[in-house]
Ligand binder design. Structure first.
Ligand code: EPU
Length: 337
């Protein structure tokens, strides 16, 4: 058991925020994890995957555990499908590339999403018309308080838009160890999201393979979203709000071209990026250190030396302004620590 004290988390969060953990440990097995938790039973805990969906607003006065549980395994296969069990610590995009190279379809639209496999179910990651829940069979988690291992099937995870049971009443209570996916051996291409079709045309591809879809998604993401290795960020900082038809009608009176998508009975999703851009925030920078990204208003960025609290305060100001201007309440997608 290797423990480091007053350990900088800068390299462990994609925002690149400097904050310290009182105690820090990297674990490579469940035994390892149990041992560290037992030894520091009285400390506050923060389990960490790829650190791509957190904002550290202060030093963490407890134990941070980086989960490096690795492994990719074929569980079974039949004529049409393959079942894969993947360790929580595997890098999500590397898992996607492995699937794409083998011709297994289902995750190609979610190429280049930052983070780890274990973090993916936490918020039911999604992109370009596909969500994790579409390919998810089950996961295995350790519940430290009870010291039990539990299997959560798809329906038990209560997946919703960027949400799951692990973000709600099991928040902080379950550590995901591995995830089982069911992918298709017969490509089921999803090009319904407009920008994928446009990108395929730009790539001169008329009958796309899953590799083409993955490449198209990588190209779109690279053109719109800042690479966390270059500019600190955690992807979409806010969720796209879901509002009533009355709210959409009010919005359309003032902004006839406001984008909106029906997502349920009397429920419409309005892109937060559009609201934030229309309110004039896109591309603003503060002190050359942080701000709102110039190509995607949903993404807050740390150019250098920003405190997590400064990003948080900026997000508060944006939320208040959107409420004032559009009577729509934005909700953060990123976990505030
Ligand atoms: N838009 C603007 N201004 C902006 C950004 C977007 O007007 O600055 C408008 C676009 O014109 C478009 C609409 O908003 O009409 C949707 O934009 P986009 O396709 O870029 O997607 P998004 O709704 O902004 C969501 C996810 C992304 C995911 C993309 C593609 C959320 C919170 N975000 O963004 O996920 O990659 O769709 O599927 O749902 C993430 O969660 O970290 C993330 C990047």
């Amino acid at each position: 058991m290797k423990i480091q004290e007053h350990f900088s988390l800068k390299a462990y969060n994609t925002f690149g925020i400097e904050a310290k953990a009182k105690l820090f440990s990297e674990v490579t097995s469940l035994e390892n994890l149990k041992e560290v938790y037992a030894h520091y039973s009285n400390e506050k805990k923060l389990p960490l995957g790829g650190g791509s969906n957190i904002l550290l607003t202060k030093n963490f006065d407890g134990l941070v555990t980086k989960l490096n549980l690795l492994g990719k395994e074929v569980l079974k296969e039949d004529e049409t499908h393959i079942w894969l069990k993947v360790g929580a610590g595997e890098v999500w995009h590397e898992f996607v590339l492995w699937a794409v190279e083998n011709g297994w379809s289902g995750v190609e639209n979610m190429s280049l999403i930052p983070g780890s496999v274990g973090a993916a179910p936490m918020q039911n990651i999604g992109a370009y018309g596909v969500e994790l829940k579409d390919v998810f069979i089950e996961l295995e988690a350790w519940l430290p308080e009870e010291n039990t291992l539990e299997i959560f099937k798809n329906t038990a995870c209560d997946f919703g838009y960027r949400s799951s049971i692990f973000k709600k009443h099991l928040k902080g209570k379950a550590i995901i160890l591995n995830v089982t996916f069911k992918l298709s051996k017969q490509p089921k291409l999803n090009t319904s999201y407009g920008s994928i079709e446009d990108e395929l045309i730009a790539m001169h591809v008329s009958s796309p393979s899953i590799k083409d879809i993955s490449d198209a998604v990588v190209r779109i993401r690279q053109s719109k979203l800042p690479n966390p290795a270059e500019i600190g960020n955690a992807g979409s900082f806010f969720k796209n709000p879901v509002v009533s038809i009355e709210t959409v009608q009010d919005l359309l009176k003032k902004h006839p071209s406001a984008p909106n998508y029906k997502v349920g009975d009397n429920l419409y999703k309005v892109p937060a990026g559009w609201l934030i851009e229309t309110a004039g925030w896109k591309g603003r920078t503060y002190d050359e250190r942080f701000g709102i990204h110039k190509n995607q208003a949903l993404v807050l960025v740390n150019y250098k030396n920003t405190l997590g609290q400064e990003i948080f305060d900026l997000s508060e100001n944006i939320i208040e302004d959107i409420e004032d201007k559009f009577k729509i309440e934005l909700e953060r997608e990123v976990n505030i620590i």
